[in-house]
Design a protein around this ligand. Sequence first.
Ligand code: ADP
Length: 267
Amino acid sequence: TIIVKVGGSAGIDYDAVCADIAQLWKAGQRLVLVHGGSGETNRVAEALGHPPKFVTSPSGYTSRFTDRETLEIFEMVYCGKINKGIVERLQKLGVNAVGLSGLDGRIFEGRHKDSVRSVENGKVKVLRGDHTGTVEQVNVGLIELLLGAGYLPVLTPPAASYEGVAINVDGDRAAAALAVAMKADALLLLSNVPGLLRNFPDESSLIASIPAADVESYLEFAQDRMKKKVLGAAEAVSGGVQRVIFGDARAGQPVSAALAGAGTVVS
Ligand code: ADP
């Protein structure tokens, strides 16, 4: 089984990703797709008069502050527009895809974190009313049920908290938890960059390979959101996933190319 996570940033070619996935799926490759939607969520949130708020933790990680209204906008975009857009593309290509969020059947489950520490003007503030968390449990049974019956699962945040409340979780780390739980052969994290760059945004500075034991030491090259991908990769390999690849989803055959070794290969 391979887990493909495709991001939600500008430039990602969903048509190319879906065409490639359809081809692999028809050739018999077991596959689960996880997607993001942050770029579109930012646009819709602005348009609805509730602009996105990002917080940076004292350790340097950036995340979306998700109050109730933001969570509802997040669901409209991730579970609605993006998820159904991908399912529709796959259906058109003759693949019987089923789109579900982590809330459905508690596919992704974790602890609800209500407050977040945020660094603002050099001071640490505590913000409450956050609907976020980290995936700790995966309902593998439901995914296996779908795969076994011939359906391609297309998954997206949010996750369910243990109390059954929707929580915003990082898609890369959710995909990593899924890859570990499913004992996947490979986890592909596809985005709008060629891979992990030594000197972002210089695309000629691509890091081609990273030894599995050293992933965390590469956190220093990743800024802001890329940090979550490197963290996800570290979690996946330490959980037994053989290969994690940071690949380019902007054109061509993004999944096949990454499987063939394009991008940054962690192994
Ligand atoms: P997605 O939504 O596609 O999953 P993110 O926007 O969360 O992707 O993360 C990818 C982004 O991380 C890139 O578009 C880039 O702006 C940023 N980035 C920061 N540091 C690096 C780096 N060292 N190499 C590549 N990308 C980086």
